[in-house]
Design a protein around this ligand. Structure first.
Ligand SMILES: Cc1cc2nc3c(=O)[nH]c(=O)nc-3n(C[C@H](O)[C@H](O)[C@H](O)COP(=O)(O)O)c2cc1C
Length: 335
């Protein structure tokens, strides 16, 4: 059965690209879309920033036709600001508006935004209601299991937010207190899926980093789809690999060196297209190592790539990488 958010048909068991600050920008989303992501989100955008017209926040609203369906994620601590930010973000033309109630980092959570709302569900409900009323778009929410081990209240969150009109919920199987430590636990996510009151799609998130895990957790936790974050960084093929496995029960071979180089060049080109030659080259620097993980003695190339400012020379270095490693085993066969 197809999973739907409002009128958006995501097909059977969609794979979502997680919102990630400083990562999920248009260049990264381009390669993930090519890799097979079914639904993508922007990184979170500050409601206050949008209202102040801060250039940095505004730029995060950039979305492109080929990215659809795409959601814009916002966060904040003030209900009126979230309402206003929803109106501003809706004008950018996304398919979905998403609210972040999961961010654990201090300067977000300690200012009453992100996961802090898990400590005040009444306020969370009011905030969500304000967002739902401020847009004609479907609203989705991303959150965690609860604030800490003693307050895992995501089931109450799911019921109450569904009642006021959210159309899908993604749950990261950790508490705020856990940050990113320990293992994600999806047990509670399954309980929500089994709750007969819950009708909206529920997506599982946290620690899915292989085809095997995606397949096992799909069965074990009964979710409607999976959101993948860190495992897609430098490896956008994860989406097509998981989908292929679901469809055929067989493993696709991993990307070849050439495919890695092509994806890396595409990411660089898109980065330059979006941010201009200077900033585009600079922002790409954090990604090189991820595309070539596992290549022996890659460090010297990485050092060259992250220092180089000339785009032609960067492509020449990538040519050298292609030549030097052409006879190295395919990545999937490396230990
Ligand atoms: C670098 C980084 C930035 C993140 N930024 C956001 C964000 O802007 N909004 C959000 O909802 N979650 C954010 N997250 C959390 C991810 O969306 C996701 O919930 C988390 O990484 C667990 O999924 P994974 O194990 O598949 O990576 C971020 C995570 C990382 C690693």
């Amino acid at each position: 059965m197809s999973v739907k958010i409002g009128n958006i048909d995501l097909g059977e068991f969609p794979l979502l690209l997680a919102p990630m600050e400083d990562v999920s920008d248009p260049p990264f989303r381009y390669v993930c879309k090519q890799g097979g992501a079914d639904l993508m989100y922007t990184e979170f955008i500050s409601s206050e920033g949008l209202i102040r017209d801060a250039a940095k926040s505004r730029q995060k609203l950039d979305i492109f036709e080929y990215e659809r369906p795409i959601g814009i994620q916002i966060f904040g601590s003030d209900i009126e600001s979230m309402r206003e930010a929803t109106e501003i973000a809706t004008l950018a033309g996304p398919d979905i508006m998403d609210i972040n109630y999961g961010c654990p980092v201090k300067n977000v959570a300690c200012r009453g935004a992100g996961s802090a709302l898990l400590q005040d569900i009444d306020k969370m409900v009011k905030m969500t209601e304000a967002v739902v009323k401020a847009t004609h778009l479907p609203v989705t929410v991303k959150t965690r299991l609860g604030w800490d081990d003693n307050t895992k209240n995501v089931e109450e969150v799911a019921e109450r937010l569904q009642d006021i009109g959210i159309q899908a919920l993604t749950i990261h199987g950790r508490t705020r207190a856990q940050l990113y430590k320990g293992e994600a636990d999806w047990t509670l996510i399954r309980e929500i899926k089994r709750n007969p009151r819950i009708k909206i799609p529920v997506f599982g998130n946290g620690d899915v980093d292989s085809v095997e895990k995606a397949a096992a957790w799909r069965m074990e936790y009964e979710v409607d789809g999976i959101m993948i974050g860190r495992a897609a960084i430098g490896y956008p093929w994860i989406f097509r690999e998981v989908k292929h496995f679901f469809k055929t029960g067989e493993h696709l071979p991993g990307p070849t060196l050439d495919e890695r180089i092509v994806a890396c060049r595409t990411h660089l080109d898109k980065s330059i297209e979006w941010k201009g030659p200077k900033l585009g080259v600079f922002e790409m620097r954090r990604h090189y190592a991820n595309y070539f993980k596992g290549l022996p003695d890659f460090k010297s190339y990485r050092m060259m790539l992250v220092k180089e400012e000339n785009i032609t020379v960067i492509h020449q270095i990538l040519d050298e990488v292609a030549e030097k490693y052409e006879n190295v085993l395919p990545f999937s066969e490396m230990a």
